[in-house]
Ligand binder design. Structure first.
Ligand code: SF4
Length: 315
């Protein structure tokens, strides 16, 4: 039985029981913990509903809900689960309690400091994702032998880029490598997710604006009561605003590294291609390309799309 020892909380999109849909763990029953927010915006994202801030859930409650699920395999996914600092703590707690933990990371944040007993399935972004310049390439040097990597393939161009990447690096000798075709219907899922995120931002904004108006009124009333320069109880000048409130900045999309003056550029001597709209790729075409090139990769089909249909949530 877990006894809550931390007041930390995470922004959670959903927690449910399902079959692992991807990676070498595909097919195993698992508790899926989908954390909210992602700093990236992949063109074909299959989880845009996780862009929202989600519900803030204390760590103890998350662990209780996982325990109630009655399974020993936990998938931490998103969004980007590692964008929230508290997720590393959750991972360590789960491992301490004897769970097997798999983490799906989009590769846009560092995986350094993640408990090495967890298995990481790391995305490597292909050109049509539009997110190559936000990939944290140093993550490839942090992978353990039991970690896995995944290329989501949305076009012949993506395939050739990923194939050439593997030919120029030793990645496929070090890790299990998955090639996964973009599931059809990504355009509708993207539009739905963006609409939901926009609606949530608006509601949140309205609520905040209401709160700000109240706070402004209170601050003005306080200012009238206090002389200028009065110190707070801790001896510091009291700052206006909402000190102590948890920031959700890490859950929001970041500017591209190029715009932020950061790195990116290339990896393994490969130029990062200019993103194009994905025309889509069939599972059969991807299978045949892999066979034709004798690539040492695993064709990774999303089991959920086959069982429940692409885009079905909570299963
Ligand atoms: S990394 Fe890309 S695919 Fe994954 S949740 Fe973020 S935007 Fe979607």
């Amino acid at each position: 039985m877990y006894t809550a020892g931390s007041q930390a909380a995470l922004h959670v999109c959903e927690i449910y029981t399902s079959i692992m849909g991807e990676s070498t763990y595909a097919g195993w029953p698992a508790i899926i913990v989908r954390l909210a927010g992602c700093p990236l915006r992949c063109t074909w994202c299959d989880s845009p509903h996780a862009y929202r801030n989600g519900e803030e859930v204390p760590l103890g409650e998350i662990l209780q809900r996982i325990e109630t699920g009655g399974l020993r395999l936990v998938l931490l996914t998103g969004g980007e689960p590692l964008a929230q600092a508290g997720s590393r703590h959750l991972v360590s707690q789960l491992l301490r309690l004897g769970y097997k933990v798999v983490i799906e990371s989009g590769g846009g944040v560092s995986i350094q400091g993640v408990d090495p007993r967890a298995c990481i399935v790391l995305d490597i972004k292909c050109p049509t994702s539009g997110m190559q310049d936000r990939q944290v390439w140093e993550n490839l040097d942090c992978l353990k032998p039991e970690d896995e990597v995944k290329f989501v393939i949305a076009s012949r161009g993506d395939y050739e880029w990923a194939r050439d990447f593997l030919r120029r690096t030793d990645l496929a000798e070090r890790q299990v490598v998955h090639f996964s075709p973009v599931e059809p219907g990504w355009e509708e899922r993207q539009a739905d997710g963006e609409r939901e995120a926009h609606a949530e931002r608006k509601t949140h904004g309205d609520r905040e604006a209401g709160g700000e108006r109240k706070a402004d009124g209170k601050r003005e009333a306080d200012a009238e009561r206090k002389p200028d320069g009065e110190l707070g109880a801790d001896g510091q000048h009291e700052a206006p605003g909402r000190a102590g409130e948890q920031s959700t900045d890490e859950l929001k999309p970041r500017a591209p590294a190029s715009e932020a003056g950061g790195g990116g550029g290339d990896r393994g001597g490969l130029r990062l291609a200019v993103p194009t709209q994905p025309p889509g790729v069939t599972r059969r075409a991807l299978a045949e390309w892999i066979l034709a090139d004798r690539l040492p990769v695993r064709l990774n089909l999303q089991l959920h799309a086959w069982i429940w249909g692409a885009g079905t949530r909570g299963v």
